[in-house]
Structures are given as structure tokens and as C-alpha cells.
Design a protein around this ligand. Structure first.
Ligand code: ADP
Ligand code: MG
Length: 760
């Protein structure tokens, strides 16, 4: 009821910032203290076991039984020294969040005594009875066995009273049921493919890591207000709400000073991040009111993904201490900017080089150009797949809404590199090239880094932008597990590098000089990938038209995007590179469709519930009070102005009691009584229209839902929810927002935009 809204507001106004202090004088004194990292391992492990883990991390070798036992007992001892009582395998099921099932170290032994136990078996593999996780039909609930297996490349860590061991999650028959397994395979694929290509340039390169630096955007909302908004509680976004007078139009929030209460929260979760070795570095206000961003220093992709998931989990937990709720939804508030998670991506070598950083010598320049152009070609050839990888119900609100990259995938590379590619097009000849010509081309690339890195040549409207020494994939949703996008990106680039190597080797075999073969092949790639390169404003209408002319896809909805996963060419791509079998891919595709459907279904139900149970009743109360008012007006005016008697027109109408009425209310002709109540009658009519529009649309929406639910194919159900259920959302919201605008403020039950976004 309305009362809850005012109670919530009062609560918020009385909040004070929670005091947060560093646990030790300097961050470096406690950084990583809750991680079983290399340093800790060295201290707690035998030499043999340490070497074994290190080589598993660095070379991907297997860890033998004895070493696993050693590692387990060291982990246990370390954890117990910190008062930890439980352990869990920590994994990433396809629900999108992380999962954990805690077991106590302590086990009963005879004579009613207990002993802490944790050995190699328990470390390496577990069989959680996880029958309720989505499996897309791979694992039906009656054969519930799936197992988790230790991923030694991501270190174990402590949260609360529990030792968490990062694991993959697979079905009993070996199919991946999580996000981590295919990511690890994609990282392996790109490692191998990139190392092979590096051999043309530098024989010392034996390992290539994919790096990821994510930037996480989020909104904060006070707990009391959050609790008074069931739509936000259950769907993560406001399904109703008239735009406030002030939104983000003054652009006064971006990089503004961080409010004290918010800063206390940020400091608090940063401290927890540091303890867990998450290298959080940047924090600032974002564009929208109540929107913020944080970003760490980049890391190896698998670790970066784990750290992002941990961060999202930590933020949500710690926010509660500060009476905030974190909204990770891509579009919590219609009308103001939504949230994304930029994925900065590059490739780094065991020799300490960034393969996407233009070099200083001709040799490293050609290496840079090779990886740069191959990435462009990979994105060009698989743009639809990349689009599919970022599809979600939440991200549909953001892509192409003039605040985030459009749903059209294109690449921005900046003027300098555009020029380099033009040079290659023009100067690489079909005949034999002279050594001078080759050197000239290689040197042309040398001036790039300083220019690009100083930030002047950036395009923030591009979904995939080169930013000097990395690509920034900017279209990923804020709530997403980065694994989805990273698995696809690393797979398509790996696949492309393999093709490239085949091509070059074939030419070398025919007697073509290596550099010449590389230049010629890159030139062909540049020519055939041209249409994906776009330097202009990605938010403009013109680009939509231009992209259409170029034949680029503009895939607007999630069901349409997910359908891409069923294309033969892409199924083959994942199979060929040993990332996922067809069965695994199909399961994933179904799960994502179902997730989409369920999200829209929940939103639709919530809209119905709130519209019928709260908004319409409030409107009826107001209606009643107007009716009372009109009745009263009629009574009083029939005494004061007998029906039919005309009041003399004058600038100000003065009634018998000498009270002056403003002109609009007073009667200037004919029927004085009706004129006096016409404003109320008018409002009354509006109320009735809005109420009936809302009610009619809600019932139509329910009908559409019923029809959709009767379909059997997951793609068809998702399509129906998208095309036939979702369109009612806007119609219902439009009329209900009108009601919010004209209703007595005292009667409105849901906290308003101005209260949610500006009260703190
Ligand atoms: P912005 O894009 O906001 O201007 P920066 O360019 O400073 O910010 O960096 C954004 C993110 O890119 C950071 O998280 C940073 O760690 C990451 N990053 C920088 N270099 C790399 C790299 N080689 N690989 C992956 N991520 C990187
Ligand atoms: Mg950025």
C-alpha cells in the first residue's frame, strides 16, 4: 500500500554511511590473503606438489594422485589455520550465476569423535546431487549424476567460513553443463593456434594467454525502496514508472563525486576483493543517476571470468550491509542509460609481449598486423555468432537503444590503422615484392601506439573497438557471465589463425617467401572483411541504413539471435575446434531459449499482478474521491448557482459570498454548475480510459501467454513470448505511467523514479 512507499522514503532519509576501515594499514598487507595462490602454495606445499600444480597451471599437465593428496591436505591446513570449517566445489552452471554446496571438513569417526578430513579425492572430483540445474535434456532428473572437477588454473579461495575450489561441471557422460568447460577449451585452442602462428616471428614464444579486463557497470538502490518495488525485486528492472522531471539530461552524474554512503559500500567491497586477489583498480560514477562502474587490471581470461563472477556475488552480499541492493540488470530504468560489461581482450605471450600491441621493429610489426587482421577477419566471418553470444532478455533493451552499441556488429580501428590497412591494400602487389617495399610497409605501423593510447582516437559507439593494444567488446551485458562472449571470441580467432597458418604454409611450400605470403594473405583478408569496418557514429540512423546496404546483420531480439546457434556452420566450428559437441551446443541453445522465455514470463506475470493488484486499485480510490468531490460540488453549486442561471461574464467571477474564482473554473456562460466540475469530470474520464486500457491489455497479454505456453518447440515458445506477449508490456506501462502522473501522490504505492534515483 501507499504507506509502504512513504515508510521506505523515511527510512532512506535517515540512513547514515557505514564506517569502513582497512583491516591492515596498507592494501598490500592483506592483498590476496584469502587466496591459495602461488606464494601461499609454496609455503604450505611439498616441493613436488608445488611443482606439479605450477606445471598444471602453466603447461596444462595433469596432477598425479599423490600430489593431489598433498595439495588437499595443504589446502585444508591453510584453511583451518584461518578458522575455516567447510569446503565447496565452486562452479558455473548454465543458470548464469555460480553454485556451491558446502561440506564440513569434520567427519565422524568411531567413539563419537570427529576429525577434519579433506583428501585428493574430495579435491579433485565431487558428485553434487545437482539434478535441478538446467541441462537442456542432456541429463534428465532421474539420472541426476553430474560431477564437478577441480580446475587448478584458478586458485582456491575463502569466502566467509568456506574454502571454495573452482571446478568445471560436467554430466556423467562427460558433456559440459557449465560455462567454464568450453571456455577452458577455447583458451587451449587459441593458445595452440596463436603459438603456431607466432613461430613465423619468434621461436621463443611457447605459450599464449588470452587476457580479459572487464568493466562492470551497475546501479544501486536503497533496500527499503527496493523492497517496495516488487517488479525490481523479482525481475531486476522497473516494469512501471513515469520518467522523473530530472533524469540524466544535465549529465551531472558522470565522473561526479561519489556520494558518501555509496563510497562506503564501494570501499567495503573493494577490501573484500583485495583479500581475494581481485585487482580492482578503477571506480567512478556512470552516466545515469545511481549508476557506477568498477574495473580491475586485466588478467588471464579464465581467472578474470572467475573474478568477475566473484565480484558480482560479493557486491550483492556486501551491499546489504550498507542497506543497498545492487542492480546488475542491463536496463533497470527505462528512459535512462542501462549497464554493460565491456570485455577488453588481447593475447599475451610467455615472453611478456602483447600480440595486439603494435611493435617498434619491422618484425614485431608484422606479427602485430597478423593478429590484428586475423581478428578482424574472424569477427567479420562470425559476426552473427558474436551477436548470439551476447543475447539475453536484459540486453535486448540496451543494444541499439542509442546508449549502447547497436545490435549490428562492426569494428572500429581508428584513422591510423585504417591508413595502414589501406596501404596494404594498395602497396601489396600481386607480383613479387622487393625487400624495401616490405620493410616500408612494416615500418608504417610503428607510429600507432602512442597515438591510439592517448585516447583521442576512440569511438564509444562501436560494439568492437580497437583501443591501442586490445580490442574492447562493448556489447556484453552487465549481468552476463563473460565466459559466453569469451568462449566465442577465442574460438573464432583460434579457428581463423589455424586457417591462416594452413594458407601460409601452403604458399611457403610453393616457394613463396614467408613475409610475402603473409602480406598477400593479410591483404586478401582486409579486402574480404572490409564491410565490417566502421568508423562513424554507431548510434545513428544512417548507420542502420548503411549497414543494411553493406549486408551486415541487425539482429534485434534474443530469440532471433539464439537461433544462430542452430546454424550448421557454427555447430561445425565448435566441433572442429574441440570446444563443444553438437549435443552440448544443442543443450545450451535450448537452455538459453528457456531462460529467455522464463524471464519474459516472470515479467509478464509481475506486470499483471502489479497492474491489477496495486495500480488499478489506487486509481479507483482516486476515482472515488473525485466522484465524491463532484457530488459535493454539485450540491454546493446547486445552492450557490441554481441550475440554468447564468453568471455574468467578467474578468473575475465573484460569487455571492464575495469569493473570487479564477476564470477557468467560474462560469462564463449557460450552465454554471457543469462548468465548475468539468475539470474533475475530465480527469475522471481519463482515469476510466487508462484503467480500462490497462485491464484490457493485461487480459489480452494473459491470453497470449496461454497460447505461447501451448507451443512445444523451445524456439517457437521464445518467439511467441517475444512477438506476442512482450508487446503488451509497453501498452500497459504507457497507461499506467499516465495514471502515476495524474493520481494523488498520496495514493501511489510504488516508489517513483525521482525517489529511487535521487534519494540516498
Ligand atoms: P577505458 O576503456 O575505460 O578507457 P582503459 O583503456 O584504461 O579504460 O582500460 C580498460 C580495461 O582494459 C581495464 O580493465 C584494463 O585492465 C583492460 N586492459 C588493458 N590492457 C589489456 C590487455 N592487454 N588485455 C586485456 N585487457 C586489457
Ligand atoms: Mg572501456
Amino acid at each position: 500500500m501507499a504507506i509502504q512507499r512513504f515508510k521506505a522514503l523515511e527510512e532512506v532519509l535517515n540512513r547514515v554511511p557505514v564506517n569502513v576501515e582497512l583491516p591492515k594499514p596498507n592494501v598490500s598487507d592483506f592483498y590476496g590473503e584469502n587466496v591459495f595462490n602461488k606464494e601461499t602454495m609454496k609455503k604450505w606445499l611439498s616441493d613436488n606438489a608445488y611443482k606439479s600444480v605450477l606445471s598444471a597451471i602453466e603447461q596444462g599437465t595433469k596432477i598425479d594422485r599423490d600430489s593431489a593428496d598433498d595439495v588437499a591436505s595443504a589446502m585444508k591446513a591453510w584453511a583451518m589455520s584461518k578458522g575455516i570449517t567447510h569446503y565447496t566445489h565452486w562452479f558455473q552452471p548454465l543458470t548464469g550465476t555460480t553454485a556451491e554446496k558446502h561440506d564440513a571438513f569434520a567427519q565422524n569417526i568411531e567413539d563419537g569423535k570427529a576429525l577434519e578430513r579433506f583428501d585428493g579425492d574430495q579435491l579433485v572430483q565431487q558428485e553434487p546431487d545437482a539434478s535441478s540445474f538446467p541441462s537442456g535434456g542432456i541429463r534428465s532428473t532421474f539420472e541426476a549424476r553430474g560431477y564437478t572437477a577441480w580446475d587448478p588454473t584458478s586458485p582456491a579461495f575463502i569466502i566467509g567460513q568456506t574454502l571454495c575450489i573452482p571446478t568445471i561441471y560436467v554430466s556423467y557422460t562427460g558433456e559440459a553443463l557449465d560455462y567454464k568447460t568450453p571456455l577452458l577449451k577455447a583458451l587451449l585452442a587459441i593458445d595452440k593456434a596463436a603459438v603456431d602462428v607466432c613461430q613465423y616471428f619468434d621461436k621463443n614464444i611457447t605459450k599464449v594467454n588470452s587476457t580479459l579486463g572487464w568493466e562492470q557497470e551497475y546501479f544501486l538502490l536503497d533496500t527499503a525502496l527496493y523492497n517496495a518495488r516488487p517488479d525490481i525485486m523479482f525481475t531486476g528492472r522497473a516494469l512501471f514508472g513515469h520518467a522523473g522531471a530530472k533524469g540524466q539530461q544535465l549529465e551531472d552524474h558522470y565522473f561526479g563525486s561519489i556520494p558518501e554512503r555509496v563510497l562506503a559500500f564501494i570501499r567495503d567491497f573493494e577490501i573484500e576483493c583485495y583479500k581475494l586477489g581481485i585487482p580492482i583498480k578503477t571506480r567512478h560514477n556512470e552516466v545515469a543517476p545511481n549508476q557506477f562502474e568498477c574495473a580491475p587490471v586485466f588478467e588471464e581470461a579464465n581467472l578474470a571470468v572467475d573474478h568477475n563472477l566473484l565480484l558480482m556475488d560479493l557486491m550483492e552480499k556486501i551491499a546489504r550491509r550498507h542497506n543497498f541492493r545492487v542492480l546488475l540488470h542491463e536496463k533497470p530504468f527505462a528512459g535512462i542509460n542501462g549497464s554493460g560489461k565491456h570485455n577488453n581482450w588481447s593475447l599475451s605471450t610467455n615472453t611478456g609481449k602483447n600480440l595486439l600491441s603494435p611493435g617498434k621493429t619491422p618484425k614485431t610489426n608484422l606479427q602485430f598486423l597478423t593478429f590484428f587482421v586475423n581478428t578482424i577477419k574472424a569477427v567479420h566471418d562470425n559476426a552473427d555468432l558474436l551477436r548470439a553470444g551476447i543475447a539475453s532478455a536484459g540486453n535486448d533493451h540496451r543494444l541499439g537503444a542509442n546508449e549502447a552499441p547497436p545490435a549490428i556488429i562492426s569494428i572500429f580501428i581508428g584513422t591510423q590503422l585504417t591508413k595502414v590497412l589501406e596501404d596494404i591494400e594498395k602497396k601489396v602487389k600481386s607480383g613479387k615484392m622487393t625487400p624495401e617495399e616490405k620493410t616500408e610497409l612494416k615500418l608504417g605501423i610503428g607510429k600507432i601506439p602512442e597515438i591510439l593510447l592517448d585516447n583521442t582516437d576512440r569511438n564509444r559507439t562501436s560494439p568492437f573497438a580497437f583501443t591501442g593494444n586490445k580490442f574492447e567488446f562493448r556489447a556484453v551485458g552487465s549481468s552476463a557471465n563473460c565466459s559466453g562472449a569469451m568462449t566465442i571470441l577465442n574460438t573464432i580467432v583460434a579457428n581463423q589463425l589455424i586457417d591462416f597458418k594452413k594458407e601460409i604454409d601452403a604458399q611457403i611450400k610453393k616457394g613463396v617467401d614467408k613475409d610475402e605470403a603473409i602480406f598477400k594473405t593479410l591483404r586478401e583478408y582486409v579486402l574480404s572483411s572490409r564491410k565490417i569496418l566502421f568508423e562513424g557514429n554507431g548510434y545513428s540512423e544512417d548507420w542502420v541504413k548503411e549497414a543494411k546496404k553493406r549486408g551486415l546483420s541487425n539482429i534485434k531480439t534474443t530469440p532471433e539471435a539464439l537461433k544462430i546457434f542452430s546454424r550448421k556452420e557454427f555447430i561445425k566450428l565448435f566441433e572442429k575446434n574441440n570446444i563443444m559437441s553438437e549435443r552440448e551446443q544443442h543443450a545450451r541453445y535450448e537452455i538459453q531459449l528457456e531462460t529467455y522465455t522464463k524471464k519474459i514470463q516472470i515479467e509478464s506475470r509481475m506486470i499483471g499482478e502489479i497492474a491489477l493488484g496495486s495500480i488499478i486499485p489506487s486509481a479507483i480510490k482516486y476515482q472515488n474521491s473525485l466522484i465524491e468531490n463532484i457530488k459535493g460540488m454539485k450540491e454546493i453549486t446547486s445552492v450557490l448557482i441554481p441550475s440554468g442561471s447564468a453568471v455574468k461574464a467578467s474578468k473575475k467571477s465573484v460569487l455571492a459570498d464575495g469569493f473570487e474564482y479564477p476564470e477557468s473554473v467560474s462560469s462564463s456562460n449557460g450552465n454554471g454548475q457543469n462548468e465548475m466540475i468539468s475539470a474533475q469530470v475530465d480527469t475522471l474520464k481519463k482515469l476510466s480510459t487508462y484503467i480500462s486500457e490497462i485491464r484490457t491489455n493485461v487480459y489480452k497479454m494473459i491470453e497470449a501467454r496461454k497460447k505461447a505456453n501451448n507451443l512445444h518447440d523451445a524456439q517457437e515458445v521464445a518467439n511467441a513470448y517475444c512477438d506476442h506477449v512482450k508487446p503488451y508490456f509497453d501498452a500497459i506501462r504507457y497507461h499506467s505511467d499516465k495514471l502515476e502522473f495524474i493520481l494523488d501522490d498520496e495514493l501511489w504505492a510504488l516508489p517513483k523514479y525521482r525517489e529511487m534515483l535521487f534519494t540516498r
